[in-house]
Every structure is written in C-alpha cells, then in structure tokens.
Write a protein that binds this ligand. Structure first.
Ligand SMILES: [Zn+2]
Length: 436
C-alpha cells in the first residue's frame, strides 16, 4: 500500500516567471473551454430531431462521430498545437492534465447526476498540474518547475526522507503563489484501532459543536464581521467597468478577503479538532447529509460553518494522533433519549433542552444528541457501553475494553437509586426485569 500526502508550500516566482505562469494558466483555460465546447456540441447534435431540422440552428456533426473522450482529445493536442501558437508556448504536460481535468469533471457529473462542467471565465483557472518528475524538483530551498526554472520555496514543513515527489500543482490565490506537492511512500501505516475513552460529537449552529462530555465550543463570530466587509467590496467590484485596471484591483481585494476567511476558518477547525482529540481514544460523529443541509433554510450558516471541511480535518487529525474515528447514522439523534433509549417527540429548533417523559432525564439538547451518537458508535463496534455495563462490572465481570469515566459511574449509580422506584411506581413492573 502506498501512502500519499499533499503538502502545500508558498513559492516566490520573479516577475518574468510569474508572467509566464499566468500566460500558461490562460492557455489552459482556453484549452479547457475549447474541449468543453466540443463535448457540448457532440451532446447537442444528438438532441436534434431525426425527421426535421430546427428553425433556429442545427449542429452538423456526422452521426458516427465518436464521443470526444479523454484519449480522443488528448491525441488531438499535437494537431491543435500546429494551428495555435499559444498552445505551443505552454509546457505540454499541463495541457494534458487540463484535458484530464475536464473529463474528471464530466465523470463526476455522470456519477452524481448534477453539476455539468461550466466554461471558465477569464482569471478563474487558477491552478495547473505538473504530473511527472524525473528527479526531485526541490533542492536547496528552491523548486524547479519545468520550462519555468528555479524559484524559492518556503519549506516550512520538511518532506520526510522516505517520500518521493510525484506531482506538483502550482496555484495562485489572491496574488500569492503556492505549490501543492504530492508525495508518496511505500510505508504502511495501519488505521487506528478503538481504545480508551469514547466521545460523541454533535455539530450544530447554536454552539459549533457539543461533545458527550459536555464540552461546548462556540461558533466563531469573526466570520460575520468579515462577511459584511466582503459584501461591501463585492458591491464596489460590481460597479467597476469591465476589463479596467480598477476592476482588477477591486477583484484582488475581494480575493484577499475570501482567502482570509478561508485561512481563519481552517485554523479554527484544526485547533478545535486537536482540542477534542486531547483526551479520547475514539471519536464518533454524525453522518450528515450535507447537500440537503446546505440547501435548507439555514444554508448560509451551515455553509459558513463548513461542517464537511471540519469533518475531513477531524478525520485526518484523528489518524495522525492514533484515535479511532467513525461516522454513525444521524437519523433521529435529537429524538432519542440517551438515558433510556425511548423515542421522544420531534423537537422544534427553538427547544433547547431535552426532557424525557419516560425516565425524567434532563440535559441540553445538543448534549443529549452527542450522547446518543456516542452510544451508537460504541454499539456499532460491538462493545458494551460503560453506562449499561456498570452494574456488571460492580459484580466483578470486567469488559475487555474498559471505558472508564467517573461521570458515567456516578450517573449509573444515581439511576440504580432512582429509576426502579419510579419505574415500578409508574408501570407496576418487577424491578429485576428492568435490569436484565
Ligand atoms: Zn429517557
């Protein structure tokens, strides 16, 4: 098995190099749009009626013309290069990877059924992929980019010795340049196994996340402030004349704010992930339907919180720290009582507390959901939850993996004291059957 990692570094091209790479990006964009045009024409020609011509326009493409797939379009590149001098100037492999990028987008579209690739506007092609290197391109604090030359690279994180550089994606964002270096190694790192203290995590909008240990992490407020600034700048940008210098400047300002929001959010996500990983061995989260969430009433807020990005980061942080990570079924987590497991009624968004009518358990709504997630995760592993196993352990039967938590012990003891009398008073059942 090979392990692949992507490390992102800042690079510093000089003025000539920058101009050259910007030209190449524009070339890639034109090529992308040209290939997309071919694909669209082919599709449109198949949509024509067989028995008559349309009044407006007709696509004249032979019926037996094959679909312009990846290999067809890639093999047509040398011929295109003879016709277009601008294609000739660019490095040849980035052109191939641009064609592949279009066909990857088409494959995604076919798999998901939505999101047909779109034409790229001027300036919206921001990265190009160099897929092959004969020797290590990074030497002595510099990176060698094919046909561009050497430029300084900020190796803030050294590349481990066992790894080989496979690909480099050069990208520009808000006027800065980066190289995403894809490194590979044959070393085998096993996935973490379940151990230690288990934690359930409920993601929400009131507090960003709640754990089953009653840790509440508030939603950061700086996004709101930056959002207002962004709106102002976007309004200014929309009033600038197209293709003017002032428009370019305004566009750069908007891009900087976007980059700032992205960076601050990412930083917050990493810090939060490390914080909750600190004293646990297993972490369980809900398997959220993010597409549906991002279309709902609170879409602006859910998009802002970027739960999907956070879950990816959390998974990586867990892997790095050797913590078991799993997603559990999210259905009805806020409608189940974590203490007795009965189905309580649907809560409104304004209902902030969970109060069970069956056992009288009362806690914060998000905390209850987090506890349910924790229990589901443990059950999926085939382990017994401490909260149900307490009585047995007191009798001297230890479980193979101990999930020791003082809070849970205390709660279970409380339940032993309270629950039977209440339950037997209500239902008139034998106390012993309740525990079995
Ligand atoms: Zn209950």
């Amino acid at each position: 098995m090979t392990l692949t990692l992507n490390y992102c570094y800042r690079i510093y091209p000089d003025t000539n190099q920058e101009k050259k790479m910007l030209d190449w990006l524009e070339t890639c964009r034109r090529l992308y749009n040209r290939c997309l045009r071919e694909v669209k024409d082919w599709y449109n020609s198949k949509k024509c009626l067989i028995d008559r011509c349309s009044i407006k326009q007709e696509y004249i493409i032979p019926v037996d013309q094959p679909f312009p797939g990846y290999y067809n379009q890639q093999n047509a590149l040398p011929k295109l290069k003879k016709e277009d001098p601008y294609l000739k100037a660019a490095q040849s492999q980035i052109l191939q990877t641009t064609v592949r990028r279009l066909h990857e987008a088409l494959d995604f579209f076919r798999q998901r059924g939505y999101g047909f690739p779109r034409y790229k506007k001027y300036g919206s092609m921001r990265s190009m992929l160099f897929p092959q290197f004969k020797s290590n391109p990074i030497t002595g604090g510099q990176i060698q980019i094919p046909k561009v030359g050497k430029m300084p690279i900020n190796l803030h994180r050294p590349i481990p010795k066992e790894f080989v550089v496979k690909q480099v994606r050069v990208l520009t964002k808000a006027g800065k340049w980066y190289a995403v270096v894809c490194i590979q190694s044959d070393i085998d790192i096993p996935q973490p196994m379940p151990w230690g203290h288990a934690k359930g995590i409920d993601l929400g909008l009131e507090s960003f996340l709640t754990t089953s240990d009653r840790e509440y992490i508030a939603r950061p407020l700086f996004f709101k402030e930056l959002q207002r600034k962004l709106e102002l700048l976007q309004r200014k940008l929309s009033r600038k004349q197209k293709r003017s210098r002032n428009r370019d400047k305004a566009r750069l300002k908007v891009a900087r704010i976007h980059a700032l929001i992205y960076d601050t959010r990412k930083n917050f996500h990493y810090q939060t992930a490390h914080k909750i990983c600190k004293d646990s061995g297993m972490i369980f989260v809900e398997d959220l339907n993010l597409v549906a969430m991002n279309r709902g009433m609170l879409r602006k807020h859910t998009l802002d919180a970027a739960f999907g990005a956070f879950l990816n980061i959390l998974e990586n942080v867990c892997f790095k720290r050797g913590i078991y990570f799993a997603k559990v079924d999210a259905r009805g987590t806020s409608q189940t009582c974590p203490d007795c497991g009965t189905h309580t009624g649907k809560k409104e968004l304004t209902d902030r507390t969970h109060k069970c009518e069956n056992c009288g358990y009362e806690t914060h709504r998000d905390h209850a959901a987090a506890e349910v997630i924790r229990q589901r995760g443990i059950a999926a592993l085939g382990l017994r939850d401490k909260e149900n196993a307490c009585e047995e352990e007191a009798a001297g039967i230890g479980s193979n993996i101990s999930l020791v938590g003082t809070r849970c012990n205390r709660k279970a003891k409380l339940r032993v004291l309270e629950a039977p009398s209440k339950r037997s008073a209500q239902v008139g059942e034998d106390v012993t059957t309740f525990f079995s």
